[in-house]
Design a protein around this ligand. Structure first.
Ligand SMILES: *[C@@H]1O[C@H](CO)[C@@H](O)[C@H](O)[C@H]1NC(C)=O
Ligand SMILES: *[C@@H]1O[C@H](CO)[C@@H](O)[C@H](O)[C@H]1NC(C)=O
Length: 539
């Protein structure tokens, strides 16, 4: 028996214009996990983590519940279960699903999980000569499991526009690999890499001669009845559903406040993170996953669930270390097999969990970066623990974990020098040149232009990069000699949680001019050293 009046009720409410009063969808015989007590907790959690709005759906056997809390647009629109959010990297599971259909398709004989990428897009998938083996051998499976050896290089991605951007963006990103350092040997370690999902997008679009958004819609979303799922900002804005605005919380002083973040275009994110959807549609996706249902085959479900890499030896709050399957992390929790993936955009966070043995799953979507993942996961874990009847004393303290992460983000810039240059000269050596002699445009073939100006604060330099997928500000703070720390903020969402620091070293040539700056972007050095060479004359 499957009473399905829940969705009907919501639609009716919408038609009658009363949806705002009732934001909950219910069905089935189990107790409503999103009851009044849970709502109180949700509202409190949003307040604590400074998240304007969040939606949650719970799938349990034949039942689905969904609710919205807080604001989709502050001051005007509440979140309902149909509110659209960017769902970020939870897109990766759809890319893996599309590929599961593609490797089984008669239209593409010979394409398997182990097909080398270069076989599909030979002219575009070209790596530096020292990575010739990787160029010939890296497979679809390697890209889907973050084991190609390539690090993120997210900051290299230039923004594209124009009618062909959905084709040219992922093609050009693929072509930029020939100028990017790989850093690790292939298949030796797990290293999260969005670029490789963009490469896969280009491969899928080349093979099918279709836009990946259309392929996902026709192959997966339409068969599942996911009619509120989109693959571009334009489509999401034209949709009948309301697209949540994105926000960040300014953690200045003790006061703080919400700031709105402009909507990002998604043509570059493509198969790595372009999906915009709502929790009702994701509930349908979860249902497909837990039931191993069509449109994926049984083999397809098995393939995307099969663990292939071990991201780290840690398994905080879970039974042991997690593994990575195809677009999914997997582990067990209290003995139950679990799959999960989070998604984060500049001003959105999404998390999906599913437990195949329990036919149980949850999705949460919110409209801030990172803190909506924290709030969503706190609420999700509460629901999971209640569902499994885990005693309070045996529940992991996610809240302190997230508080620690927030605290360390807030201290990011203050601690950067000590972290990045523990053995620096004391007292610091002076820099070799006048400050203005460091200014000018420097360039790297894949990371593009970096125009350094004098900073607002005395003694600092500053670069603002706007024509990139991630617009960022780089504030250079002098450390010693030619060594600097860069404080990196998202330009449109300078949220403490998005902050990063990097090491920079200016190179002064024999002519006494500064002709290069070497930047090591990620603190653990895992993106390699990117040399930007001066392209403008020194003044
Ligand atoms: C939602 O907006 C209303 C009115 O602007 C405000 O009172 C309320 O605190 C907001 N809720 C959240 C969770 O931000
Ligand atoms: C985070 O910082 C606040 C304020 O300094 C402090 O009260 C709290 O104990 C810290 N939390 C953790 C988990 O370190």
């Amino acid at each position: 028996m499957k009473p399905s009046f829940g969705l009907g009720t919501l639609l009716l409410d919408l038609l009658l214009g009363t949806a705002l009063a009732s934001q909950k969808v219910m069905s089935g015989g189990r107790r409503d996990p999103l009851d009044a007590d849970f709502e109180k907790l949700a509202v409190k959690t949003l307040e604590q983590w400074h998240v304007p709005g969040l939606a949650i759906a719970v799938v349990d056997g034949d039942d689905t519940w969904a609710a919205g809390y807080g604001n989709a647009s502050i001051g005007s629109t509440p979140v309902t279960p149909s509110t659209l959010f960017y769902s970020g990297s939870t897109t990766k599971a759809f890319t893996a699903a599309v590929l599961s259909l593609l490797v089984e398709s008669d239209a593409h004989p010979g394409v398997t999980w182990r097909t080398p990428i270069s076989q599909l897009i030979r002219d575009d998938f070209v790596l530096q000569p020292e990575y010739a083996w990787a160029q010939e051998h890296l497979t679809i499976e390697d890209a889907l499991t973050h084991r190609t050896g390539f690090p993120r290089h997210d900051k290299s991605l230039p923004a594209r526009s124009g009618p062909d951007a959905h084709v040219t963006a992922v093609r050009d990103i693929t072509r930029s690999l020939r100028d990017l350092p790989m850093v690790l040997e292939p298949r030796t370690r797990w290293k999260y890499c969005n670029l490789m999902f963009m490469v896969l997008s280009h491969a899928i679009q080349t093979l099918t001669r279709r836009w990946l958004g259309d392929v996902m819609r026709e192959w997966i979303w339409e068969p599942l009845g996911m009619r509120s799922t989109y693959f571009s900002l334009d489509a999401a804005l034209e949709a009948p559903e309301d697209l949540a605005r994105g926000y960040y919380w300014e953690y200045k002083d003790q006061e703080g406040g919400y700031k709105e973040v402009p909507w990002l275009k998604l043509q570059e994110a493509s198969g790595a993170g372009a999906v915009v959807s709502n929790v009702l549609d994701y509930a349908k996706w979860i249902r497909c996953l837990v039931n191993e249902a069509a449109p994926l085959s049984k083999e397809g479900h098995k393939a995307i669930r099969t663990p292939r890499m071990v991201p780290s030896a840690e398994g905080k709050g879970l039974d042991g270390p997690s593994s990575y399957a195809l677009g999914w992390h997997t582990n067990t929790y209290k003995g139950h097999r679990m799959y999960t993936h989070s998604g984060g955009m500049e001003a959105y966070g999404a998390d999906v969990f599913f437990f195949p043995d329990l036919k149980y799953g949850i999705v949460a979507m919110g409209n801030t970066a990172i803190t909506s993942n924290f709030a969503g996961r706190l609420l999700t874990w509460k629901l999971i623990n209640d569902r499994l009847a885990i005693p309070e004393s045996e529940r992991y303290d996610w809240s302190s974990q997230f508080e620690k992460a927030l605290n360390s983000s807030l201290e990011q810039f203050d601690k950067a020098i000590d972290k990045l240059y523990p053995g620096r000269a004391n007292p610091a050596l002076p820099r070799g040149l006048e400050l203005k002699e460091y200014t000018g445009t420097y360039s790297h073939p894949a990371y593009h232009d970096l125009t350094i100006d004098l900073g607002d604060d005395p003694g600092r330099l500053r670069a603002v990069r706007v024509d990139f997928v991630w617009s960022m500000t780089f504030d250079f703070v002098h450390v010693s000699g030619e060594y600097w720390v860069i404080h990196i903020d998202m330009k449109n969402s300078p949220n403490a949680l998005n902050r990063q620091s990097a090491k920079a070293e200016f190179k002064i040539g024999p002519n006494g001019k500064c002709d290069q700056v070497l930047i090591e972007f990620l603190e653990d050095g895992s993106e390699g050293v990117i040399p930007f060479t001066r392209v403008t004359k020194t003044t």
